[in-house]
Design a protein around this ligand. Structure first.
Ligand SMILES: [Zn+2]
Ligand SMILES: [Zn+2]
Length: 357
């Protein structure tokens, strides 16, 4: 009996010593960290689009309401080695860094409009593309007024850039390369060509987000494939026309039924400022069923619900959010999540969905 107790006691002491060593020993924790660092360093960059393909990455699928699972508005459209960032909402750049998206390949940023949930991380994107090796000013396309936004961010982050060039050296981080440059898109009709380059055509589309005027969506055509990003908009027939025949339509979606319930709950709890804001927003966004109707009118192959509002904490809320969509559009749609990557191989009908999360 005493012998058994002796051995059990010994085993417990040995286990405790092993746990202590693993937890507190300087040599063990450094050894573990070295392995973790090597694994981190070995992780390759994400490949968004193979040469000759077009793809769309959902880098932020949320709205201004705080959502632990979704960054605010951000979509990247990629062709081979060029990336175009449509909006840079809160936490979107953190997503891009965590997913190893090669930010030196960013060739331009397209702003749909200047609400804060679409521009909050422009300063971070400016910094991170520069740190990743960008060697030309970052072009920021957008509606007239983009000059003010770009000028403001450049000024706000100018001291940060000074420190970093001083710290790391002019050769490594040339100060003259860091800034963003505004590329305002004038529009007289329903659409305007933004750029045509190496087979890629980007078209700005006027959408309806009053009192935000003008507000744009964007269409990307490349290698016989096409992606349209709606930006923020109420249901708007001219958008369906401009998106006609696209492979993918990334359309904003807000359940007005759920927003109404949230508004009531806030009002009953005396949170009148939040209730007032919730009361005002249904009129300039699109209900999921309306977005499905627009997708049908446009005859797109895949509708992607993004800019999800209100936040959906679980599957039950998702079900309520999507109620009625299948009646209008039985298939050919997906509820976006951060990290959803849609690949469109060039000159084909294939649509591949994968995830960087
Ligand atoms: Zn907006
Ligand atoms: Zn928005």
């Amino acid at each position: 009996m005493i012998r058994a107790a002796f051995w059990i006691g010994g085993a417990i002491a040995a286990l405790a010593a092993a746990v202590w060593l693993a937890t507190f020993s300087p040599s063990i924790d450094v050894w573990l960290y070295r392995h973790a660092a090597a694994r981190l360093a070995d992780t390759p960059d994400a490949v968004l689009a193979r040469p000759g393909d077009l793809s769309a990455l959902m880098c932020g699928t949320g709205s201004p309401l705080p959502d632990i699972n979704r960054a605010s508005a951000c979509t990247i459209v990629a062709t081979g080695k060029r990336l175009y960032v449509v909006d840079a909402g809160l936490a979107s750049v953190r997503n891009l860094l965590l997913w190893r998206v090669p930010l030196r390949q960013v060739d331009g940023v397209l702003l749909t409009h200047f609400h804060s949930d679409h521009i909050a991380e422009l300063g971070e994107l400016r910094l991170q593309t520069w740190a990743a090796g960008r060697r030309t000013p970052l072009k920021i396309y957008g509606p007239p007024g983009v000059e003010d936004v770009v000028d403001g961010f450049n000024r706000a982050y100018s001291h940060d850039a000074d420190y970093r060039t001083l710290h790391h050296g002019e050769d490594f981080l040339p100060r003259e390369d860091v800034d963003m440059v505004a590329m305002p898109i004038a529009m007289t009709g329903a659409t305007a060509t933004v750029l045509e380059r190496d087979g890629l055509k980007i078209t700005a589309i006027r959408v309806h987000h009053d009192p935000v005027k003008p507000a744009y969506g964007y269409r990307f055509d490349y290698a016989g494939r096409s992606v349209v990003v709606s930006g923020d908009t109420a249901p708007y027939a001219p958008l369906a026309q401009a998106a006609r025949g696209a492979d993918v339509l990334v359309h904003e979606a807000q359940s007005n039924a759920l927003v109404g319930i949230l508004e009531q709950a806030m009002a009953q709890a005396g949170r009148n400022r939040v209730a007032k804001i919730l009361h005002d927003i249904p009129f300039y966004h699109s209900d999921p069923v309306d977005a499905a109707r627009i997708a049908n009118q446009a005859q797109v192959k895949l509708l992607v619900f993004s800019h999800i509002n209100p936040p959906l904490p679980n599957g039950i809320a998702e079900r309520a959010f999507l109620r009625g969509v299948s009646d209008v559009r039985p298939d050919g749609w997906v509820l976006a999540h951060d990290g959803l990557l849609i690949r469109l191989p060039g000159h084909s009908n294939a649509i591949e969905q994968t995830s960087l999360q």
